[in-house]
Design a binder for this molecule. Sequence first.
Ligand code: 4NP
Length: 174
Amino acid sequence: MEGQKSGCISPASYDFIIPLRMRILMVCLGNICRSPLADGLLRNKVSEKKLPWFVDSAGTAAYHIGNPPDHRMIQTAKENGIDISGLRARQFTSQDYEDFDRIYVMDQSNYKNVLALANSNADRQKVSLFLDHLYPNEQLEVPDPYYGNQSDFDAVFTLVNEATEALISDLTHE
Ligand code: 4NP
């Protein structure tokens, strides 16, 4: 074709070829139970589906910075074929508004703490409840299993897994 060059893709045309490029951050309180699970599950599915998404997680609190996920969450994920043992907790900062397109919070308390660091309406619009994709308009929260037992960790795994599927379905059909 006249005027068409081969062998060179500019960054602009790369955006056109991959319109679903997305940077997604999962946020909970400690970044050792719910958000690393959501992070690990989404990374796994994104990799399987070859989606051009970058996934990470953070906590609103500083308690567990540098720590691996809670051993009960690691074990529950492992029993379901997901390895989250390599993740390390970090704290959410206002820089995350620059670095991510979508910020998913596990509960209303996370929502309030994340919004407190927003600098603009554009920042605020990036934030939503993680369960909104699975249960639209119900404002449901992922329960914190930290003080719970194994059945609470199993229930969180099932819920987060379903919510991750719903998120992928919604974002790939936007
Ligand atoms: P997460 O759970 O927010 O799902 O990581 C928690 C982890 C630790 C604590 C609370 C919740 N904590 O109080 O240390």
